[in-house]
Every structure is written in C-alpha cells, then in structure tokens.
Ligand binder design. Structure first.
Ligand code: ADP
Ligand code: MG
Length: 517
C-alpha cells in the first residue's frame, strides 16, 4: 500500500463510539417515547402539531403524533417505526408500543452503567419477550366474542380520543355492525369496509351505509338524483366521439359535406345514449369524460350519469353493484350490468352519491363531525376501532385492559426469571420493570399516585384478582376491567411487546455511529 494511510471514512465523517454512541442513541429513543407518554390511556392529553406550512393536527393518536413530528435522529426514527409497524399490523397500541420501547431503553441504560454487556441485555430482553407472550396467552379471555364484547373492544379503543361518551356508543355500534357485515368463514374482510367523512353534523350522526359513498355529482342538473334498484353500467373510459369527423385532415369542400359530417357526429353521440337506454341502463359511471351532447341526451332519457369518477370510486361502485368493468359503451352487454340504488345528497357545497348495491360486498362507515378537526379525529378513532374489532375476531381474542394484562406480564416475567442464570436474569427483570411503565403511566395520566397504584395493582394480582386502573370522573380506581368493559385485543399486546423489544435491542446493539456529512 506504499505506506499510504488507508482512509475507510471520509475525513469529514462524524464518528461516535462505544458508550457515547450508546448513550446518545438511547437518549434520542427515550426522548421520542417520552413525547407521547402523556397521551396514553383514556385520560391522555391531546397534542397539537403544527407543520412548517401551518397545517394543524390535534390528536391523541400516538402514531399520528410521531408521523407528524419531523424526527431525524436514526435511533429516534426506530421508535417512530415501532409505532408505524404497530399501526400497520394491528391498528392500535402505538402509544403502548413506543412507551414500552422507550422504557426498555431506559432500563438498558442502567444495565450498561452497571457493566452488563449489550449482548447479555439483548439476550435477556428476547427471553423476557418470549415469557411476556406466554403471559399474554394466559390472559386471553376464553369466552366466544359476542357483539356486546366487540362493542366494548371498540369503545375501549376510542376512549380518550375526544369522541365523547354518547358519540362513542354510536361509533362503536357502527363499527361492530360494519365488521359483522363483512365477516365470513375466512375471517373479516377489513378492506371491504370503507370510511367516508363529512363535516356539518355532530359525530353521533355517524351511520353505516350498506354500499359505498362516492364523492361525485350528477353530470347534469336535470338528471334524477335518486334511483331505486337501477341497472348500473361501469365504464372505465370515456363516452365521446371515436374520432372527430371534422378535423384538419378532413377536407370539407362544401356546406353539404360539413352538414353531413355534423349529422354523423350527432348520430354517433345520440347512438351512445340510445344504446344505454336500450340496454335498460339507469345509472352510468365513467372514469373519463362524457361528451356534453351525450350528457344532454342521457338527461333527457332520465339516466343518471357520473363522469370523471376516480379509480377508487369506480372500483367501489363495481364491488357494490356487481357491475363488470367495460371500456366503452360499445363493449357493454346486458350481463355487464349491476344493480344499485343511488341517492345524491347535498352537504354544504358538496354532493355525495350513496350507492347501495344488491351485492353490498362493501359497507361504508359514514363519519360525521362538526368541524374538520373533529371529523379527522373521529376518522382516526373509527379506523382504530375497526382494526381492533377485526384483530379481536381474527387474531386471537381479547385480554383485560387498563393495565391488568401488563401487571400480569411483569409478574409472570419476574417469577420466571428466578430460573435464569447469571447477569441475563438482571436483563429479564429489567424487562419486567419496563413493562410496569404502562400501568404507571396510566396512573399518572389518570391523576392517581403512580406508586400507590402499582402497589395496589400488584397486591390484587397476587391475591388472584383481576385488576386494572379504571379512569372514573376526575380520577381512577383499582378495579376489575371486565366489570367496566375495558378490553383490548390480545394482538395489540403481542405486537407491542415484539416491536418494542425489536427496536430497543437493535438500538442497544449499536456501539458505533458513523455519520457522513
Ligand atoms: P395506544 O396508542 O397504545 O392504543 P391509548 O391512548 O389508546 O394508547 O391507550 C390504550 C390503553 O388505555 C390500553 O391499555 C387500554 O386498556 C387503556 N384504557 C382504555 N380505556 C380505559 C379505561 N376506561 N380505563 C382505564 N384504561 C383504559
Ligand atoms: Mg388506542
């Protein structure tokens, strides 16, 4: 190498090693998790997030908060990913997962200070996570999930989301009905549940529509605004002249020829409307333009038409009505037609078309709210509730909420750690201590003394009683969550344990940070 020094790194690269790297990563991860801590649970506070361009989001949703925050530190970014994974996989428990990840890091920091090797921490955490999964399985309620229990699961996920009690009942009802509609032997077809929001009414006006709602208005004001059980055509294309008969290439030399060409055009356009009429089409959706002259013919024939319909909306119409997708009027056959009742309703300046099909494979939760912020938060609450009810049915049942399952986890992990040898035991115990952050945070956010609350919870658990921290009025009580209907899907806890452990161990393993800049 001719004695030349070998530079692996750019000279400008920043490099932090060993303890320094670890502690900077751990601090960053902890800070992110700390930022959502106060939103955990029914008494959690909301956060107002203002973006660079002035957009405001008010929310209590952990995933939303972390997404909106502009987090750059790579270790902190891993905690954000915990929330994102949790959101994608089970749709709820994002705050739980990120708070747990942060606390696992805090405990790891103490272990590192006591000279426990990172590898030992990682192994201990993984073993403890395994034990935590066993503990969760032990807490899964045995009974068959009936609608009443599903309503509780839905309501539990919405408490503290600013939807209020009365609206909460209405929303939970719509959610459970929606899930039941799309449930089959193969499970819940979550994708068959659509959500449409509309401001201008209180959130308790939220309802379930059997079919889809498309954000479209009739192509002509003289068209019918309501058709019952009409034949539906779904055209993925335009209804217009195949090719202009009078363009530059066509040499019109006299008036007769011009008139003939115009007549031919007229005839072609009228022909489309006639063809639709003859097939008995009463409602037509096209993804592209409908020529104005065709629109006029259709209006005259009493056919309700929607043009420039978005791809998603056309697919929704197809699934609701059972119509087949065709590319033009000429390809349309009578067996391509679907059937649906369509009603157009006006909301302020906007019009929405309600398409309730006979197939009704798709249902829509029509969410209302008085303002844009309310309706946004209602939408997020509904999404969580739809996800948790789906998870409860499809992913292994429900467990008691309000911290009861977490207390059971930490007790079980501590109990089992006795048989684990050496320093790894310290890490397993630290994991149990980390899980305690969840009930502790619930207590804090409810205005209870966190130390007393934990002591009481543990005592109840040791006495064989199911106990959680139920928020009531301005404070909280130690009580049986089942009596208060506080139920979480088991999948939310399983996923939170896994994704938090994954992120925390990944961060602990890093002892060398090289940033090129
Ligand atoms: P996450 O983003 O983790 O879902 P939440 O703010 O939704 O965070 O809080 C979820 C926690 O709140 C769960 O542990 C759940 O059991 C608990 N919880 C929900 N309703 C109640 C209640 N009425 N009393 C006490 N705890 C509750
Ligand atoms: Mg939640």
């Amino acid at each position: 190498m001719g004695g030349q020094p070998l530079f692996i790194l750019n000279e400008d690269a920043d490099r932090t090693k060993g303890k320094d790297a670890q502690s900077s990563n751990i601090s960053a991860g902890k800070a992110v998790s700390e930022s959502v801590r106060t939103t955990l649970g029914p008494r959690g506070m909301d956060k107002m997030l203002v973006s660079d361009d002035g957009d405001v989001v008010i929310t209590n949703d952990g995933a939303t908060i972390l997404q909106e925050m502009d987090i750059e530190h790579p270790a902190a970014q891993m905690i954000v990913e915990v929330a994102e994974t949790q959101e994608e996989d089970v749709g709820d428990g994002t705050t739980t997962a990120s708070v747990l990840a942060g606390q696992l890091l805090a405990q790891a920091e103490d272990l590192l200070d006591d000279d426990v090797h990172p590898t030992t921490i990682v192994e201990g955490y993984h073993e403890a996570a395994q034990l935590a999964q066993e503990a969760i399985e032990n807490e899964v309620l045995a009974d068959e999930l009936d609608d009443e229990q599903l309503l509780k699961v839905a309501k539990t996920s919405m408490t503290g989301k600013g939807t209020g009690d009365i609206a909460g009942d209405v929303l939970a009802q719509a959610v459970v009905e929606a899930v039941r509609q799309v449930e089959s032997d193969d499970g819940v077809d979550r994708d068959a549940i659509a959500l449409q929001t509309q401001i201008g009414a209180s959130s308790s006006a939220t309802e379930l529509v059997e079919g889809v709602i498309v954000d479209e208005e009739p192509a002509h004001e003289n068209m019918p605004r309501s058709v019952d059980d009409g034949a539906v055509a779904a055209i993925d294309g335009a209804i217009e002249l195949r090719e202009s008969s009078i363009d530059a290439e066509y040499n019109v030399t006299n008036v007769d020829q011009l008139n003939a060409a115009l007549d031919a055009e007229e005839e072609e356009l009228a022909g489309y409307a006639e063809a639709l009429s003859e097939l008995g089409v009463e409602i037509v959706f096209t993804s592209d333009d409908i020529d104005d002259r065709v629109v006029a013919h259709l209006a005259k024939a009493g056919i309700l038409a929607f043009e420039d319909v978005s791809d998603d909306d056309l697919s929704a119409v197809i699934s609701a009505s059972g119509a087949s997708r065709v590319s033009g009027v000429n390809d349309l056959d009578s067996d391509d037609l679907g059937s649906a009742s369509v009603h157009v309703e006006k909301y302020g300046d906007e019009e929405l078309a309600f398409v309730e099909g006979s197939e009704a494979e798709t249902v829509t939760v029509f969410a209302r709210g008085s303002t844009e912020h309310v309706v946004d938060e209602v939408e997020r609450a509904l999404k969580d509730a739809l996800d948790v009810v789906t998870a409860a049915l499809d992913k292994g049942g429900v467990v008691p909420g309000a911290g009861a399952t977490e207390i059971a986890i930490s007790a079980y992990v501590r109990e089992q750690s006795a048989s684990i040898e050496g320093r790894k035991q310290l890490a397993v115990d630290a994991f149990a201590d980390a899980v305690d952050v969840l009930p502790r945070t619930l207590a804090e956010n409810t205005g209870m003394d966190p130390i007393d609350a934990l002591v009481d919870l543990r005592a109840e658990h040791e006495g064989g009683n199911l106990a959680g921290l139920i928020s009531e009025g301005q404070t909280g009580v130690v009580a049986d969550p089942l009596e208060y209907g506080v139920l979480d899907p088991a999948a939310v806890k399983r996923e939170a344990v896994d994704s938090a452990t994954e992120a925390a161990t990944m961060i602990v393993r890093i002892d060398d940070v090289i940033s090129s800049s």
